[in-house]
Design a protein around this ligand. Structure first.
Ligand SMILES: [Zn+2]
Length: 282
């Protein structure tokens, strides 16, 4: 699928801050290497000012890109920057929200509409419902409960929208390499399609026993958003962890980027895509 540079999908990888639990330097390097090395994408990495830094000149050229890959949780962007990003998305831009980026901007309504659901940052019942998958369909649950996750473990990711371009041809279930499993994310959850879920049974500490959304697709204006909750990199991690080397994580990320950028997915399922018996890492 090697393309000439002019045909490649232009990706803006936006990073530069993470919360105390994550290491954006490791995760963004892994994203840059994986996405940039795939052949389908051309990646520019933009590192924001550090926490508390001067954002007055922070004005990414959104419309130069087919899709924005967000690996950022930190300071609020300036008003003009946020407004320009909302405009970019309304007019047909693409966004991929990676792991803890859905912790970002709890008080920015448009961002929360884009990501569908998010966690932490004070998100509670007032932020919107939890997204559940029960008896074969999505259920919005307004009941109490705030974001959490069990200790990282290997878990099955189950396809819930096999006809969606991102999921077409992927197995019904695959074993994800050891990772956090976000649960009880909450938000507006409008125009949201649950692509894949995972479950932590009540026998696991902090397991909800619910099918929690792991991969989601959201439409915002004319824009498309792929939301992957996978890919935890701990604050003390110095190397790319298995969660980000997992072929299931990587291929769904690539497909999500292509879909968010173009509305279609042309990628074949790679031969090393995991099955249900053991994880597959690159
Ligand atoms: Zn994490």
């Amino acid at each position: 699928m090697q393309k000439s540079d002019s045909q490649k999908i232009k990706v803006l990888l936006l990073t530069g801050q993470s919360n105390q639990w994550h290491n954006w330097k490791v995760s963004s390097q892994a994203l840059q290497a994986a996405v940039g090395g795939d052949g389908m994408f051309e990646v520019d990495t933009l590192v924001s000012p550090a926490a508390g830094g001067d954002f007055s000149g922070f004005a990414p050229a959104w419309s130069d890109y087919d899709v924005v890959l967000l690996d950022y949780e930190g300071d609020r962007w300036p008003e003009e920057c946020r407004a320009a990003f909302v405009r970019y998305m309304e007019e047909g831009g693409g966004l991929v929200s990676f792991h803890a980026s859905d912790n970002a901007f709890p008080d920015w309504p448009e961002f929360n509409e884009m990501i569908g659901v998010g966690g932490w940052g004070g998100r509670d019942e007032s932020s919107g419902p939890k997204v559940r998958w029960r008896k074969g369909s999505m259920v919005l649950d307004p009941g109490p409960g705030e974001a959490m996750h069990p200790e990282p473990f290997e878990y099955l990711v189950e396809t819930r929208s096999p006809e969606h371009p991102v999921m077409q041809g992927l197995p019904e279930a695959w074993l994800h390499a050891i990772d956090e499993q976000y649960s009880q994310l909450r938000g507006p959850a409008q125009n949201l399609t649950v692509l894949a879920t995972a479950i932590a049974g009540p026998e696991i500490d902090k397991g909800t026993g619910e099918n929690e959304p792991m991969l989601m697709a959201i439409e915002y204006g004319k824009g498309r958003i792929f939301h992957t909750t996978l890919g935890h990199v701990g604050a003390d991690d110095t190397e790319t962890p298995p969660a980000m080397k997992c072929v299931g994580f990587l291929e769904t990320l690539f497909r999500g980027l292509e879909w968010a950028a173009t509305g279609a997915v042309t990628r074949p399922v790679p031969a090393d895509f995991p099955g249900t018996d053991f994880p597959s890492v690159r």
